[in-house]
Design a protein. Structure first.
Ligand SMILES: Cc1cc2nc3c(=O)[nH]c(=O)nc-3n(C[C@H](O)[C@H](O)[C@H](O)COP(=O)(O)O)c2cc1C
Length: 194
């Protein structure tokens, strides 16, 4: 069974990002896909030190368990949905720490995240989605991940804590629904061809 991993980069408990990533995962046909959710809330992932140690070892020289836990889940997944709250028009720094390190280890291993399917979700109260969304898209692209489209960018407009806003953003939810439909089609096609 193909696995889809959803990661929320928000450190806010029961936040909007978590709500939307979970929402996306629940849309997958659970008889065909195994879904798993990971929140970075409660985890400590240090930033990349730029030591280039992964160039020779194919693993990160920093031995923090939280990074390795999430990184292994990313490697094992066939599908990846990565959500971030928008902070000053950017992706959350702890999520970027994860993506920098995971991306660099995969780059030097020559494997990237090739053949996986996925895409971003960003959440902002008002503005800055495009920058953060593009930041994640650039990460997906350089990592050789197939990104299906949707009827709009998969962004949520939400500010209040406790996911009170994300659940009300009907338009955002519809675009996520369309994205999951497309992601499902691509993953099923890859299953047939693979
Ligand atoms: C440090 C910080 C910076 C933020 N920057 C922006 C921003 O640039 N644009 C925006 O619309 N909202 C901004 N927000 C609001 C969050 O993006 C918004 O509350 C979002 O719903 C948080 O997602 P979460 O509930 O998953 O943590 C910021 C919030 C914080 C704490």
């Amino acid at each position: 069974m193909q696995k889809v991993l959803g990661i929320s980069g928000s450190l806010r408990e029961n936040g909007n990002t978590e709500y939307l990533v979970r929402y996306a995962l629940e849309l997958f046909d659970q008889t065909s896909f195994k879904t798993e959710f990971i929140s970075l809330q409660g985890l400590t992932i240090r930033p990349c030190r730029g030591c280039y140690g992964c160039k020779n070892t194919e693993e990160c020289t920093q031995k923090d368990d939280d990074f390795n836990f999430v990184y292994q889940k990313m490697v094992e997944a066939d599908g990846l949905i990565i959500g971030s709250p928008v902070y000053f028009s950017s992706v959350h720094p702890q999520l970027m720490a994860l993506l920098d390190r995971a991306g660099f280890v995969r780059l030097w291993s020559g494997k990237r995240f090739s053949g996986k399917v996925g895409g971003p979700i960003t959440v902002a109260r008002r503005a800055g989605h495009n920058m953060a969304f593009a930041q994640l898209l650039l990460w997906f692209f350089i990592n050789d991940i197939i990104v299906p489209g949707s009827s709009y960018w998969t962004v949520g407009v939400a500010g209040a804590s406790g996911a009170r806003d994300a659940a009300k953003d009907e338009e955002g939810l519809n675009h996520i629904r369309r994205f999951v439909e497309n992601m499902t089609k691509v993953m099923k096609a890859l299953r047939v061809w693979g």
